[in-house]
Design a protein around this ligand. Structure first.
Ligand code: PLP
Length: 457
């Protein structure tokens, strides 16, 4: 499979190079040149497979040129072996036609483990050929960093450096980053905000001199391999509920548009699907885009669902590329326009195409808490605040529907307790998280300090 940039100005790459590149050199995002197609008969034949076997069938067309079949199967099996549920991504029934897809049985209790557990193994294997040390560098407001650390830790020739804003993540999130005891893990507490952390990381990635000395890799949600891994569970859930004969809609708690874009890809690959609901909190850029056809940035508001507190949804560019007839020149132009004006306008045809597949709802904190309380009262189920946004938004969907449960309630215990009066318990493998020894490394909010740290690794 070959990968092209949404902006048309970067070289076409194979899977391995696209994964190691992260962002394309022209500022665009890599997308596959074509999508593998699954006929209804082929989909029906996948129904009996367990999660890792299904994952192989979905992922192989994208990555088979980089790895042999046994190597890819082994990495997939290993990636999901650490999940604490036999079904990997179990469905739980909330109501007659409404199911939750629990994506939080991985090591860090959020759906990001699905992609990052696999990405760590794929990167390790891809780098084994080139040799030499690489440094995975990223910034986090919480979930991405912990999932990246647990996906990349202890990999041969890879150090993982994650910047987080000191005092601004939840205790669970911080402890998941600081208690691994793994010498390849460097969780750096920056005296600043998440935006400061991101600026430091961006600064390092654009420093040509530094990059000649230190091989830097990115694992943020624009990395194609992450999106790819997330396609699998849409097939898995739909198959369990009767696909291809039955059409299922999905409600997806959305921030950077990575998770829901994977759902769109499943649909484009042939999986019969109803609507894809973009469920957001007060940071509602996508809800406004659906309503008006204008994609316009606004300030970020802090909410109870912090992993969805974003100003612009980076993966949306991949969808725009398709909505604009895969016209890379046009994407380069409108993204430039967006950069200068903070706004871009869809053509009527692109807007109509968007609305034919996606719906959107923005849910405020008060409604989120009310949903958590209601679901606990009616179904004795504790929702985390991100999932609660999805469950609320799913009310607008018809027919058989699945809400993606993106985090375990114990990852956001204060909000859960506030809504339901119940303090959610950490699962057994993390029960001692609060007793584990932390390794706190402080970093000044200063680009030079980060450069020095990276050079000394
Ligand atoms: C990252 C995250 C999201 C948002 O996912 P995107 O792919 O950025 O849309 C939603 N919920 C939780 C718990 C997350 O960690």
């Amino acid at each position: 499979m070959r990968y092209i940039s949404t902006r048309g100005g970067a070289p076409t790459l194979d899977f391995r190079a696209a994964m190691l590149a992260g962002l394309a050199a022209d500022g665009g995002l890599y997308v596959p040149e074509t999508l593998p197609q699954f006929s209804p008969a082929r989909i029906a034949a996948l129904a009996a497979l367990d999660y890792p076997s299904l994952a192989y069938e979905i992922i192989a067309p994208f990555a088979a040129d980089a790895f042999s079949e046994p190597a890819l199967r082994a990495m997939i099996a290993k990636a999901y072996a650490g999940f604490r549920h036999q079904a990997t991504a179990p469905l739980v029934q909330l109501d007659t036609n409404h199911f939750l897809l629990e994506l939080f049985h991985g090591p860090t209790l959020a759906f990001k483990d699905f992609a990052l557990q696999l990405l760590g193994l794929l990167m390790e294997a891809a780098l084994a050929e080139t040799g030499g040390k690489s440094v995975v560098l990223g910034a986090t407001s919480g979930d991405t960093g912990s999932a990246a650390i647990h996906g990349l830790r202890g990999k041969k020739n890879i150090e993982i450096v994650i910047l987080y804003p000191a005092g601004r993540t939840s205790d669970v999130q911080r402890r998941q980053m600081t208690t691994t005891g793994d010498p390849t893990v460097h969780a750096l507490a920056v005296a600043g905000t998440f935006d400061d952390c991101q600026a430091l990381v961006k600064d390092a990635f654009t420093d040509a001199a530094l990059r000649r000395e230190v091989k830097l890799l990115a694992v943020n949600s624009i990395n194609w391999a992450r999106v790819m891994a997330q396609i699998v569970y849409y097939f898995y859930a739909a198959l369990a509920l009767g696909a291809p004969a039955r059409r299922v809609s999905f409600s997806v708690p959305t921030g950077n548009f990575g998770d829901i874009f994977a759902g769109y890809l499943a649909r484009q690959m042939g999986l019969p699907m109803g609507m894809l609901m973009i469920a957001s909190n007060r940071n509602d850029i996508l809800t406004r885009t659906l309503a008006t056809g204008e994609y316009r940035a606004a300030g970020v508001a802090a909410t109870l669902s912090p992993s969805m507190d974003i100003q612009v949804a980076s993966n949306f560019e991949r969808l725009l590329f398709d909505l604009c007839g895969r016209d890379a020149g046009r994407i380069a132009q409108i993204m430039q326009e967006f950069k200068t004006t903070g706004s871009l306008t869809l053509t009527p045809a692109a807007h109509a195409m968007l609305r034919s597949m996606f719906a959107a709802q923005a849910v405020d904190d008060k409604t989120t808490l009310a949903q958590m309380k209601a679901t606990y009262e009616t179904s004795s189920y504790l929702l985390d605040p991100h999932t609660a946004v999805g469950v609320k938004a799913a009310e607008e969907l018809e027919g058989m529907k699945v809400t993606l449960a993106t985090a375990h309630p114990a990852k956001f215990p204060e909000a859960v307790q506030q809504a339901t009066g119940v303090m959610p318990k950490l699962p057994p493998h993390l029960a001692d998280l609060y007793e584990r020894e932390e390794r706190i490394i402080s970093l000044p909010n200063d680009g030079q300090a980060l450069r020095e740290y990276l050079r000394e690794l």
